[in-house]
Design a protein. Structure first.
Ligand SMILES: Nc1ncnc2c1ncn2[C@@H]1O[C@H](COP(=O)(O)OP(=O)(O)OP(=O)(O)O)[C@@H](O)[C@H]1O
Length: 286
């Protein structure tokens, strides 16, 4: 950390381009006009003159590609404004995925992008080394699948981020790809394991997801999804463990948030639906 601060200060001089923290838009860029002690005067790209502490500024790469880079380890400066600028440049071109080495960063597009997830895309990522094609959750899933087959050891994919960032959607993409790779063409009886795994999502979401101020479909529980594969790489079983369900939501919901989806589904369902279901339950119980 200390070494990095020293390097940052050393690369800031009059005439160089810098990023300076801004309370409204997080970071603004500009050219250094003057440095006096630990104070720096900058002419921002919007024409404003700003004074800031040297410690609050970061050098800007004047040669950074305007369309960004697909792997942020290629950036000259891997600091917050550099990373955010790169993600923004890509997002403006509808590129929502970016690598940082083998980590995939997803920026929520808040709109459907079906062309990114169709079966043609899955076919393209099959066996392609990580980094060869555009950053994508399918590439991460493919890499995990290949390593499991080649090395014969279990693999994990960790999906993390703040509420509404897109973890649930990304996890569904990963599961869809793994089900595609490890799927069996014909079910031995009824539905295949991968069909059952994918079809469990709406059920889990009905009982564990609710509308919050940040996300209309917020998961109010943690989930550990385990897909088991046989020696030939086909899915042989699956287990989903859930934990830390926000139970207080059942009896206490603050406006404008809502209770779990299942309650609204029951109210919206036509009466014959739940009569049939209740009868089915009685049949199983007897
Ligand atoms: N890749 C995507 N394509 C299209 N829409 C997306 C994508 N990722 C997220 N979204 C949208 O953003 C919403 C929130 O995403 P998601 O539920 O995955 O967030 P989350 O990180 O799981 O949040 P929480 O922690 O609250 O459960 C989704 O319901 C969807 O509308």
């Amino acid at each position: 950390m200390l070494a990095w601060v020293t390097a940052t200060k050393a690369s800031i001089a009059v005439g160089s381009e810098v990023w300076v923290e801004d309370p409204d838009v997080a970071w603004i860029d500009g050219e250094v006009l003057e440095i006096k002690g630990d104070e720096i005067k900058i002419k921002s790209s919007s024409g404003k003159t700003v004074t800031a502490k040297v410690s609050m500024t970061h050098p800007k790469d004047p040669e950074a590609a305007p369309c960004g880079v697909d792997d942020m380890t290629k950036l000259a400066y891997l600091h917050e404004p550099g990373v955010l600028q790169n993600l923004k440049s890509r997002y403006d071109m509808n590129e929502i995925y970016t690598y940082t080495g083998s980590i995939l960063i997803a920026v929520n597009p808040f709109r459907r992008l079906p062309h990114l997830y169709d079966s043609h895309m899955m076919e393209q990522y099959k066996g392609a080394p990580l980094g060869e094609l555009n950053p994508h959750p399918f590439a991460v899933a493919d890499s995990a699948y290949r390593q499991m087959i080649n090395e014969g050891i279990s693999q994990s994919i960790l999906v993390s981020g703040e509420s509404g960032a897109g973890k649930t959607e990304s996890t569904k993409m990963l599961m869809r790809y793994l089900a595609y790779m490890g799927g069996r063409a014909v079910a031995s009886e009824g539905r295949t394991v991968e069909q059952q795994v994918l079809q469990s999502n709406p059920v889990l979401e009905a009982f564990g997801n609710a509308k919050t101020v940040r996300n209309n479909n917020s998961s109010r529980f943690g989930k550990f999804v385990e897909l088991q594969f046989d020696k030939s790489g086909k899915i042989s079983g699956a287990a989903i463990r859930t934990y830390l369900l926000e139970r207080s939501r059942v009896c206490q919901v603050s406006d404008p948030e809502r209770n779990y989806h299942c309650f609204y589904m029951i109210c919206a369902a036509p009466p014959e639906t739940y009569i049939v279901n209740i009868n089915e339950k009685k049949l199983h119980a007897s």
